[in-house]
Write a protein that binds this ligand. Structure first.
Ligand SMILES: NC(=O)C1=CN([C@@H]2O[C@H](COP(=O)(O)OP(=O)(O)OC[C@H]3O[C@@H](n4cnc5c(N)ncnc54)[C@H](O)[C@@H]3O)[C@@H](O)[C@H]2O)C=CC1
Ligand SMILES: O=C(O)CCC(=O)C(=O)O
Length: 533
């Protein structure tokens, strides 16, 4: 059956066509839906493509019983309830690069427009007040002025390049900007927003709206800027305390602002900032509204959603490690191995563990291991809980609710294998571990509870713990033979000091409870588990 995708905001036609061109995808373009209308139909769809108009609320996600992926044609995902998406196991992807240049150009335009009174000057010409408009609208030169940039990601960096061409000096605050990158970009690195704003003539914002950044430009910080400064916001409305900005402009300390975004969009007609008529430029969230940007993000979002639904490839997910074709090639066999190790841990390991530790021995460091660890966790939880609610997106949240800590470690000590993946359950002082590796390119399980085996990762298995004395494995084999169960493979391991042994028998079909009961009744068998991986 085709994967159904709802495109609920306008994206470029080429994006919708890309989705529909795939034989396994059926896309419906249905925009302008009310929240109730969206809730009524979302249950039919596996994919949802939005821009910023559609609000993906917890109520929408609760109704989205088949939804697997939300694609945002743009950067900011604040219109999508990430918590609820995680809880429902829905991957959220954005298209981080497609609108960078358009948005940087727009922000720069707002700075120039506010500085040179383009909007009030334009209005005066239209009103037939040429001379009066000329007299009233003397501007501010940007040459040599100090620019503070809050957020030096993709858009911030592009803005800076343009500002440097205008001979502005730049100071930047971004907690993830290193000194060496700041040196490379020829910007002064500030340790705090306060340090960036002190003595600045212009501030421009290029950060996502989060609990940390909400209201990042407030009355105290505006007061740190030079008299006559400008505020440019082409990121998100909630970043600026609008009342504080209006008060600072009214007081004459701040000259004006260029805003593409407002705390509530559209702003009310009587919004206090809209009454300003000098050093202002307002646009209706147009940062990414160019043909080029919309084509870029429309194509990117369609390709990402299509590839995820058709092949499982994950690109630009904000709630999942990425798995593109190259990464899949590098870690694909380990994903298969980690899924089997997770399931086996659930069958053989400790009940109610406190921690699941995933350790990487050998040159794993060059691989992106986050997805391997998450695959172990997901399969462990899925096989332990049987409620069908666990998936790779919500597994960390479910583990946290259960009080199960996922611990990852990289171990440099040499093992007899080039790379060894060890998964271990911990409960107080108790430990239970499994290990696997690649032999050639084949994933193999090579250790069960510190006993060395060599077995496949897929198939039906009988795992027997028994006293290490003659005849027991033979008796197990006879029981299987009597029941016409074919043995495909057998791996034996023994612990001489403890006098016990472990046998992993691969069989052609799942073992019935009756056969398992017969196996467990064999004298000397201490544990018998049937597992299908
Ligand atoms: N007006 C419009 O139409 C558009 C608006 N946007 C907005 O612009 C924002 C930035 O976009 P990009 O540059 O592409 O994102 P990005 O992810 O490349 O850059 C964001 C930067 O903010 C930094 N950051 C995060 N928290 C911070 C904090 N507390 N203080 C300072 N820096 C912090 C990050 O380290 C990162 O470098 C988006 O989140 C979106 O909200 C993006 C595109 C269009
Ligand atoms: O035009 C749009 O879809 C809004 C773009 C935007 O705000 C973003 O990409 O974060």
């Amino acid at each position: 059956m085709a994967h159904r995708v709802l495109v609920s905001d306008p994206i470029s036609e080429i994006g919708v066509a890309l989705l529909n061109d795939h034989p396994d995808i059926e896309a419906d373009f249905n925009t302008g839906l009310s929240p109730e209308e969206l809730i009524a139909i979302i249950g039919d769809y596996e994919g949802l493509v939005v821009r910023s108009q559609t609000k993906v609320t917890p109520e929408v996600l609760a109704a989205a019983k088949s939804l697997k992926v939300i694609g945002r044609a743009g950067v900011g995902v604040d219109n999508i309830d990430k918590e609820a998406a995680n809880q429902h196991g829905v991957i959220v992807m954005n298209t981080p690069t497609g609108n960078t240049i358009s948005t940087a150009e727009h922000a720069f335009t707002l700075m120039l427009s506010a500085a040179r009174n383009i909007a009030p000057g334009h209005a005066s010409v239209l009103a037939g007040e040429f001379a009066a408009g000329r007299k009233a609208n003397q501007g501010i030169e940007l040459n040599g002025k100090r620019l503070a940039v809050i957020g030096m990601g993709r858009i911030g960096t592009e803005f800076v390049k343009r500002a440097q061409a205008f001979n502005m000096t730049v100071v930047a605050f971004d907690p993830y900007l290193t000194q060496s990158r700041a040196d490379e970009l020829k910007v002064e690195l500030a340790d705090t927003p306060d340090a960036a704003l002190t003595g600045a003539d212009v501030v421009t914002l290029h950060v996502p709206l989060t609990d940390d950044t909400k209201g990042i430009i407030n009355a105290e910080r505006l007061a740190l800027m030079n008299k006559g400064a400008l505020v440019v916001n082409c990121a998100r409305g909630g970043l600026v305390d609008e009342a504080a900005l209006k008060a600072a402009i009214d007081s004459g300390h701040i000259a004006g602002c260029g805003l593409d975004v407002f705390e509530n969009e559209p702003p009310a007609a009587d919004h206090p900032l809209l009454s300003l008529n000098k050093f202002v430029a307002f646009t209706p969230h147009l940062g990414a509204s160019t043909a080029e940007a919309q084509e870029n993000v429309g194509i990117q979002v369609a390709e990402q959603v299509r590839d995820f639904l058709a092949t499982g490839e994950i690109r630009n997910a904000i709630n999942m490690p990425s798995l593109d074709a190259a990464a899949r090639e590098a870690i694909g066999p380990y994903l298969d191995l980690s899924a089997s190790l997770g399931k086996l841990l659930a069958k053989l390991g400790l009940s109610n563990p406190d921690a699941l530790r995933v350790s990487y021995h050998g040159p794993f460091a060059k691989k992106d291991t986050a997805l391997i660890s998450r695959t172990v966790l997901t399969n462990f939880l899925e096989s332990s809980r049987c409620d069908g609610q666990v998936n790779i997106v919500n597994a960390p949240g479910i583990a946290a609710q259960m009080g199960l800590e996922l611990v990852e470690s990289t171990i440099n000590a040499q093992t007899e294998y080039n790379e060894l993946l060890v998964v271990e359950l911990r409960k107080g002082e108790e430990r239970f571990r499994l290990a696997g590796t690649l032999i050639g390119s084949s994933p193999r399980i090579v250790e069960i509870d510190r006993l060395y085996v060599d077995t496949n990762i897929r198939g039906h298995f009988l795992i027997v713990r028994n006293d290490d004395r003659p005849g027991i494995v033979g008796a197990v084999g006879t029981t299987l033979g009597n029941e016409k169960v074919n043995i495909a493979n057998l791996s034996l391991a023994r612990n001489k000091t403890q006098g016990n042994a472990l046998t992993v028998i691969e069989v052609d079909e799942p073992l019935s409870p009756e056969i398992m009961a017969q196996v467990r009744a064999i004298p000397g068998v201490t544990l018998g588990t049937g597992v299908s991986l």
